[in-house]
Each structure stands twice: as structure tokens, then as C-alpha cells.
Write a protein that binds this ligand. Sequence first.
Ligand code: CA
Length: 362
Amino acid sequence: MKRRQFVGGLAAAASIAACAKQDADCADGTTAVASFEWSAVTSWPPKYPGLGIAVDNLAERVDKASNGRLKIKVYAAGELVPAFEVFDSVSRGTVECGHDASYYHKGKVDAAQFFTAIPFGLNYLEMNAWLYYGGGLELWRELYEPFNMVPFPCGNTGVQMGGWFNKEINTVDDLRGLKMRIPGLGGEVLRRAGGTPVTLPGSEIFTSLQTGAIDATEWVGPYNDVAFGLHKAAKYYYYPGWQEPGPTLEFYVNRDAWESLPADLQAIVDVSCQAINMDMNAEYMHGNANALQQLVDDPNIELRAFPEEVLEHLEDIANEVIAELVDRDPASAKIYASFDAFRQKSKLNQRISEQAFLETRL
Ligand code: CA
């Protein structure tokens, strides 16, 4: 049997399965079928609704579509590598692929934040429009090239919630002294508004809120928040999630592993990621609707909109924070120019379509 091209330096293996029928390459006239076994590391707890389940779904689809020629074994956070070492492990080629959120790579590659979410940025529909048709994905791939990885949009939670608060937010002054779990650029915005942003892993949020170690937390939205029990630790549930209007999750593949795949398996990975990108959002849309109903029926919970004055203040600060990022980082400048050009054009289109329709339906 003739050996094919996919012998790579990676630990995990490509192997040639027994010759199947119809191959000219095999001495007995059957086909050499290349098969691959990859490991995917993630930043999520095992089988976590939405974020984590999506990776299992991805592996299952790829397995079925490839007739078992590409098997991806999924590892939850900490099973193979810690939650925040997914990027480096895939970059180095320790494992073939990973799933997390690109804004976790802030500090290492600041411009990556634009591909998850920035405060007052793009919603789910707009992120997809920018990534697939507005040049966003090309910029993303260019950004990850020095890290020897190929990224794919792979999931979106949709607009998140502003979060759970144990004190009312009526004016901008109420943000002063507020101790809140809120990561990333959103956290920096809160800090400049006079608050104290805290970074906590998901597993510590509930206890911190319940004991009063923090006054508030953002997490995701009703579906994930109820699963964490956050509604039992705070009274006010504020919207909208200005800090994360349509966060995209990412799947990325080590470039050597990617290039070892034949074109049909590459297409299967590509199409499966696109399917999961939609599927995760559908799961959130459905799960959020159900969980929100449960919350509004709960007499101990008050659902509240942030006052306009507060949102305007936060948006002004967010623009300042992003302007500084763009000033000091050329990659962020290039990506933000593309991102913001689309955002500005999209505003009117969204206002007269989705936004106008939803307001009419109310
Ligand atoms: Ca969040």
C-alpha cells in the first residue's frame, strides 16, 4: 500500500485504515483511507450547556460526516490542559485543536478581543456578517498566523445580560465602589466608571455573590445563569449586556494538523464549525427564553433595564478604552478599522430591520 502525504510531527496520529474497495493505490485494488485522531482541548466545564456541549456536537458531526475518518476527542478544562492554556497548547502542536473565546488571549494577542466581543460592538447577526462577508475572518486568520493556527467562528451566545446586582443601579454614581465580576474590556470600563472589576472563574461566582465578596456579576444570560444558581444570590437582573453584545466562540486548529488533512476533511471541519456557530446560538435563544420565563415568575427577582444615562456613560468610556488600545497596538488598529466601518454602516440597517420589527411586535 502506498503511503500518503499526511505524516506530520504531531503526537496524535493519522493512520491508514485497511484498504477499502475501489482503490488503485492498493496492491489488491482497494482504497487507502486516511483516518485521523485529534484531541480538542477547551476552556469549558465538561458538557457545559451551550459553550461546552457545542464542542461535543462539533466532534460528533465531524465524525459522522467523515464516516469516522476524523475523530476528535474532547477534553474539558483541566482534563488535559488548564482552561487558559488552550491557545498555547494548540499553537505549540501539543494537541491539534481547541475551543474557547479569543478575548481570553488578551495580553498575549490583544487584537484577538475583537473576534469575541467588545463593549457596544456587534450583535450575533452583525458578527457573522462581518466575519464571513466583511473581511473579519481573513483578518482573524492573519492575526493567528504567527501562532501557527487557523481559527474558525464556532458558536455565539447572542447578546448577554448586564448581570446580577445586589444593589440598584439608578445613576452613574451607583457604579462607584461597585465590586463586580466582569472580565476584559468591560471590566476596564467599569474600573474607569469608579467600580472595582474582579476576575473570577465561573465556579467561584455563586459563592462570591452570595457571601457579599462581590456586589454584582455578569456571566452569560438566563440559560447559563440559572444553571449556576445566580438568581439565588442576587435580586436585580439588569439588561442589556453592553459588555458582550454578540460574543463569538472560536475553534482553532494547529496549522500543521490542518495542512495534513485532505481537502474533503478540511471542508467537513469548515462546514461543521459553521453549523455549530448557528447551532449554539439556537440553543441559547431557546434556553434563554425558557429560563427567562422562570425568572420573571420568581417573586424574588427584579428584571431591570439599565438607565439610559448609565449606558451612555459606559459607552463613552468604552470608546475611550478602545481608542487607547487602537493607539498602542497596530494589529488592533487594523482590525478595528474594518470592524468599526461595518458597525457604522450596519447601525441604520439594523435599526430599520431587526430593531424596528422587534419594537413593533412588542
Ligand atoms: Ca459574559
